[in-house]
Write a protein that binds this ligand. Sequence first.
Ligand SMILES: [Cu+2]
Length: 434
Amino acid sequence: APSTSYHAPLTFTLRTGIASGRMVYIGVGGEIDGKVNPTLIVHEGELVQVNLINGEGAEHDVFVDQYNARSSVVVGKNASSTFSFTASKPGEFAYFCTIAGHRQAGMEGLVRVISGPRSSPETEGADIVRDPADLPPPIGQRPPKVVKVALETIELKGKLDDGTTYTYWTFNGKVPGPLLRVRVGDTVEVTLKNHPDSVVAHSIDFHAATGPGGGAHATQTDPGGSSTVTFKALKPGVYVYHCATPSVANHITNGMYGMIIVEPEGGLPQVDREFYVMQGELYTVEPFGSHGDMEMDYDKLISERPEYFIFNGAVGALTKRHPLYANVGETVRIYFGVGGPNYTSSFHVIGEIFDTVYTFGSITSPPLTNVQTVTVPPGGSAVVDFKLDRAGTFVLVDHALSRAERGLVGYLVVQGPEDDAIMHHGPADQMPAN
Ligand SMILES: [Cu+2]
């Protein structure tokens, strides 16, 4: 049987009971919670533990005959018994009560053993993708205050693509790091912990801060350590933050970037939906599209020859994993930033026009209107707003489109009417019949 990295047993709890007049097992907790005679899904090679609880008082047991694994007979309400077995062969195997007549009365379910080991962070990489809908709500009206921010730098093997992993360095385990949100005049107290399992020191430089290194001088933090820096948010804007420990380019490419919004008094104009998207590059020894665990290539980094271009940390992050979802009639806003470390983005949404754009993250300047493509430098940002007039799948790209073939693509899925007056297939005088 294949070996497994799971040391702790996979545990299922079954309680005996009555459902629709039949004697049954009822799942307790986890994915089987409340299910009648739940199918216990395990992977080949896993150690499986089953807890049986007597829920109504009659005598019962559980037997998995193909594995010759059984509980004791539980006698009396709330009596319990535990047994375990190793799921050494794939297939479907019955579990049932051996007390005379109980199996026929309904006490029967299946153990499904899936061939091969369970995919795990070790084999396919942890999920490091930041959901673009994962951002805090607007601040609204409030006076300035002290805002405490806790960040942790975490190095972990993450999923870069199907069958491909990369050792990311992150703020809080995702790429980009969390979108932080304060208002002008706030005092921002940042505590940066570096996880004890880290290999190197990390730090943070806030472009929103005024002072040495944007906070990087005060926050160089060894593995297992912690540091704190406090800064005053003097100027409204949408600012990048990033690790600033040498080689800084190396720390940034590995995923150590995020953004902080410093709202002006009263905030930005309200929209229906906000999204958070950041672009970066990865410099791997192996060519784009390779499988296995990718290794960072310092020569390629220094000579600016990336293999991967990515939105929110991974290939497919905003297509297969977390497309942006919205509806016709809504206004959407994308806070778009470039971690880089090196490539300027020509940010564009195929099939849409940005109604307003705050370029360079400057939200105190009047926005540009009706923009097709916006240039966003590394360590910079833009805020794009647009109203959705027609349903469809719109495609987020860097209009340096070779990069789309190295991973840089996302979807905005807009649901609602497909207004043919806005666009339809065919001549103007031939509208499709609806
Ligand atoms: Cu770092």
